[in-house]
Design a protein around this ligand. Structure first.
Ligand code: FMN
Length: 358
């Protein structure tokens, strides 16, 4: 009896199985607006229980990468509505991942008038691809003023409302992988001396105010969050108080009654391992649903579900390369390998043309 492929509930939502499509940035949203190609891509993968969209910006300021979608204009909402309709028609529920890139950005990727922002004027090591000029060093962000912080929180709240208006079942705050929310949580990127910097109570103020604003906008049963404790992606080094900080954060998120926490583990992609103890801590402190991700195949998914380590399993590369992953894993069939060269390129190649079982 498979747990992975049995129906379950996520808060008020009935899911057709426990397999989640992890958020995957694919850079097909030319002009930052969801299009027909994206409708097709997501619909192909809607035999999952839950689909979480690619990182989607709540603000023009958050569009750090080329061709990522937004959730702040009427045109974007209309585009996303077509996506949710197609996905719902095939049985999956769908959440929008709200990703404000913050300092992981280059001005060449931003629309006119938008600004690269961060908690402090500290650039992330590394480079950013731009359509106009190829690879460029990550920009040095402008340190956000109190007014910038207020405005960004309001943008998250409005984007959550826009997601609901576009037919999404909820939103996932991207608090992982070195983007704006994590830039506030971590001391290397947050060197503020006001109430948003310093002790964890202050560094976590932004994420908690964003969570409160989203809850206010659409409800706690529609609000989840993704976190990457011990994640180092986008120049986010591990520091001594990491476990204590995330334990404090888990308690605060639990007190707010969020629908779920979704933990990232990028060790299968070559990142340092995430200690099992921190996953177990989240499981015991947080009473909502827990989603684990990173390097799962069907057997490991079944085993972690059976052991009660989590409620749902999210997969990235397997479902990217196998639109019919549920059917393949159910049948024990071979799977397509992902083609990394087309992860972020425009057009249908490596996006909507992966073969399905005959
Ligand atoms: C092409 C690609 C794009 C990704 N984009 C996002 C994203 O937008 N938001 C996010 O939280 N994680 C993103 N991730 C991370 C995945 O959600 C997932 O955590 C990672 O692929 C590990 O899971 P897997 O081993 O099942 O692939 C991305 C990963 C890949 C390969």
């Amino acid at each position: 009896m498979s747990l992975l492929f049995s129906k379950t509930a996520l808060g008020p939502l009935a899911l057709q199985n426990r397999l989640v499509m992890a958020p995957l940035t694919r850079n097909r949203a030319t002009g930052n607006v969801p299009n027909e190609l994206m409708v097709q891509y997501y619909a192909q993968r809607a035999s999952a229980g839950l689909i979480i969209t690619e990182g989607t910006s709540p603000s023009p300021n958050g569009l750090g990468y080329p061709r990522i979608p937004g959730a702040f204009s009427a045109e974007q909402v209309a585009g996303w509505k077509r996506v949710t309709e197609a996905v719902h028609a095939r049985g999956a529920k769908m959440f929008m991942q709200l990703m404000h890139c913050g300092r992981i950005a280059h001005p060449l990727n931003l629309p006119a008038g938008a600004r690269v922002l961060g908690p402090s004027a500290v650039a992330a090591a590394g480079e950013m691809y731009t359509d106009a000029e190829g690879m460029k060093p990550n920009a040095t962000p402008q340190a956000m003023t109190g007014a910038d912080i207020k405005a960004a929180i309001a943008e998250y709240a409005q984007a959550a409302k826009n997601a609901a208006a576009a037919g999404f079942d909820g939103i996932e705050l991207h608090g992982a992988n070195g983007y704006l929310i994590e830039q506030f949580i971590r001391p290397n990127s947050n060197q503020r001396t006001d109430r948003y910097g310093g002790a964890i109570e202050n560094r976590a103020r932004f994420v908690l105010e964003v969570a409160d604003a989203a809850i206010n906008a659409i409800g706690r049963e529609k609000t989840g969050i993704r976190l990457s404790p011990f994640g180092v992606f986008n120049d986010m080094p591990v520091y001594p108080a990491m476990e204590a900080d995330y334990t404090w954060l888990a308690r605060e998120l639990n007190a707010r009654g969020l629908l779920y926490i979704h933990l990232v583990d990028h060790s299968p992609m070559g990142a340092p391992p995430v200690p099992d103890s921190i996953k177990a801590m989240f499981r015991s402190v947080f009473k909502g649903a827990l989603i684990l991700s990173g390097g799962y195949d069907a057997a490991r998914a079944e085993s972690d579900l059976a052991a009660g380590k989590c409620d749902l399993i999210a997969v990235g590369r397997p479902i990217l390369a196998n639109p019919d992953l549920v059917a393949r894993w159910k049948a024990g069939a071979a799977v397509n390998a992902p083609d990394m060269s087309t992860f972020y390129t425009p057009g249908p190649k490596g996006y909507t043309d992966y073969p399905v079982l005959g």
